[in-house]
Design a binder for this molecule. Structure first.
Ligand code: PEP
Ligand code: MN
Length: 304
């Protein structure tokens, strides 16, 4: 399998094309082939535009319930909420751990939303498999190769965030670890890279989204929350992501951002989230896309 870009005369071949052993370049898009769909119940990453929303971290039963009900009402497809948080400072809130995962899972069930949370180390995988529908690999762990190898062995979708100092090539090679292990349900997530710009927490690299989509068949979503660190920039950057061909978004939404224990400055309110969902539709229509169909209500949501 070769990539269109690497085949141009004079373009150096990438590690993906020249990798040794059988089947290098599993992440690469065969010329003319469509994005491979990652299915999750009735939701299809790589089909309609998928929106993941929820707080940075699960903080308690009431907070995650309010977040879940608000994002579901506005049309989100998945609920996010970290229980194991990778924090820069060891003194910052580290997440609720296992009880947080349980609250996330229960809130998701009540509202018919599949859930996603970050897995920080291989030892957490069995617990994550009990509670979450998608396992998230955070930016700081993008090149934790033993974690990637372990997740290559599971049969559950993995959302792989781009490291904030990683090239697109390195990001695709990290995904290659998952595919090489036999896990083909991989979603890529651009979440901004470190630059010199003090106005933003990171710089949202939308060219990486377009570039990754040219090279790989994997769906690519965008996280404008961590990319900007500023809630006022989340709606415009979400619309830009939709316009440049992303397959979806991951957004931090908190019922009371000013009280958030983690990343409050970049969390949008439920009202802003509703506004964003409204503004997305015409932008998607302009690029020939539509929002994915709403999550199917689960049996628990229907009975409760
Ligand atoms: C997150 O999504 O909660 C997170 C920690 O993001 P990142 O790994 O992109 O910093
Ligand atoms: Mn966060």
């Amino acid at each position: 399998m070769t990539s269109q870009l690497a085949d141009q005369p004079g373009t150096p071949r990438s590690a993906l094309e020249r990798g040794p052993g059988p089947g290098p370049g599993r992440v690469l898009r065969a010329e003319g082939s469509p994005t491979r769909v990652v299915r999750l119940g009735g939701i299809e990453f790589g089909g309609g535009f998928v929106v993941i929303a929820g707080p940075c971290a699960v903080e308690g039963a009431e907070q995650i319930e309010l977040a879940a009900s608000a994002v579901r009402a506005a049309g989100a497809h998945l609920l996010r909420g970290g229980a194991f948080k990778p924090r820069t400072s060891p003194y910052a809130f580290q997440g609720m751990g296992e009880p947080g995962l349980r609250l996330l899972c229960e809130a998701g069930r009540r509202h018919g939303l599949p859930v996603i949370a970050e897995v920080m180390e291989s030892a957490q995988i069995p617990l994550m498999l009990e509670r979450v529908d998608v396992l998230q690999v955070g930016a700081r762990n993008m090149q934790n190769f033993s974690l990637l190898r372990a997740l290559g062995r599971v049969r559950r979708p993995v959302l792989l965030k781009r490291g904030f100092c990683a090239t697109v090539e390195e990001w695709l090679l990290a995904a290659e670890y998952l595919l090489d292990g036999g896990n083909e349900q991989v979603i890529l997530c651009e979440r901004g890279i470190r630059t010199f710009a003090p106005e933003v927490r990171n710089t949202l690299d939308l060219s990486a989204v377009a570039s990754a989509k040219l090279r790989t068949h994997l769906p690519v979503v965008v996280d404008p929350s961590h990319a900007t660190g500023n809630r006022d920039l989340v709606i415009p950057m979400s619309l830009a992501a939709a316009a440049c061909g992303a397959d979806g978004l991951m957004l931090e939404v908190h019922p009371r951002p000013s009280q958030a224990l983690c990343d409050g400055a970049q969390a949008i309110t439920p009202v802003a989230f509703e506004e964003l969902m409204r503004k997305l539709r015409p932008v998607l229509a302009a690029v020939g896309k539509t929002l994915a169909a709403a999550a199917l209500p689960t049996a628990a949501a229907q009975s409760g």
